[in-house]
Design a protein around this ligand. Sequence first.
Ligand code: CP
Length: 307
Amino acid sequence: MIWTRKDLLGLEDLSAEEITLILDTAASLKEISERTVKKVPALRGKTVVMFFVEPSTRTRTSFELAAKRLSADTLSITASASSLQKGESLKDTVKNIEAMKVDALVIRHSSSGAPHMLAKALSPSIINAGDGSHEHPTQALLDIFTIREKKSKIKGLNVSLIGDIMHSRVARSNIWALTKLGANVTVCAPATLMPPGIEKLGIKVTTNLKEAIKGADVLNVLRIQMERQKDKFFPSIREYTMKFGVDLEKLKEAKKDVLIMHPGPINRGIELTPEVADGKYSVILEQVTNGIAVRMAVLFLLLGKKK
Ligand code: CP
């Protein structure tokens, strides 16, 4: 399998073979971050720009470290310090960055489809670092990389995604990729946070947390995205936590080797109690570590053979 795409915009369009190629490449690059000198010359001479129009800790830092560990030059632009503030359009701003001969642009934007629009208009590789409620492909890839590392397979595993499914780009990217790789996916949320028709994606849908926990190999617990909720989707945080928050008591129903995942940032005490977030089942910080390997793989596949 040879990588041929210019951009990484989402996992909906990728084949199982392409997803597996990214995971396998990440597996071979992971040990670079364990070395004393954490650097290889693979992308020497390439320039990668991080352009985040929404806040980020993990994704931006991780892409920047991934690019640096492959010896690419990097720079970061934040919306608040860019000419977007003066009324320049996103396309004009990015066309000016393109004119400075950069090789890749990692973009996060609150509008679904923003990276897709840029990918059509521009020659640098565009990497979607999260677009609105649409997709967050590298988050799902690092989630799946972590599951595969822990369980040695994806096919046949029972993976439950719990929380704000409606507004979650992480959920969408996970559903696309996990179903392509043969996992059995369940989504669990209050009915008001469940997108209508989501069962058509070939997944199980429930509003009962007990059902989502029982028999699951993985619980990927999602953040409540207050910033994307214009309406009140549940009566109170307290009620949400009682019904959908994961605590040690509710985990008594879980498999003994269940993995607890969360893409971060965690609303501690709401989606997960601290005992669960930091407990023996949690692989949350391993997800963060694996994010670097996965993003190194994406940059390497997109830019490694580019003249
Ligand atoms: N998971 C994730 O996208 O985290 P950040 O918002 O910190 O990048």
